[in-house]
Design a binder for this molecule. Structure first.
Ligand SMILES: [Zn+2]
Length: 91
């Protein structure tokens, strides 16, 4: 069974939900949460600096991935957190 880890970055709360669930709102602040695949190691929110750095990097990778698809998957793309590696469609 595949799950996702949802997180409220502001509150430092994580929620584990089945992957069929499409959106999760934080139980504390009611804001929409971000999610990652359950296999991705999310640092403890108690380590605030590490936590924030992780989500910052994650958002950058998510944006890079969106841009990559939008641009027709040209060139190489390596994403550390998402553990994805693309070689490009035109090579
Ligand atoms: Zn929250």
């Amino acid at each position: 069974m595949s799950n996702r880890t949802w997180a409220c970055i502001e509150c430092g709360k994580t929620y584990r939900r089945h992957q069929s669930i499409e959106s999760v709102r934080c139980a504390i602040c009611r804001n929409p949460c971000e999610y990652v695949h359950w296999k991705i190691h999310v640092p403890s929110p108690k380590k605030r600096k590490v936590w924030e750095k992780f989500w910052q990097a994650y958002k950058i990778e998510k944006q890079l991935l969106a841009d990559y698809y939008k641009n027709g998957r040209k060139g190489e793309l390596r994403l550390e957190i998402l553990s994805m590696h693309f070689h490009g469609s035109d090579s």
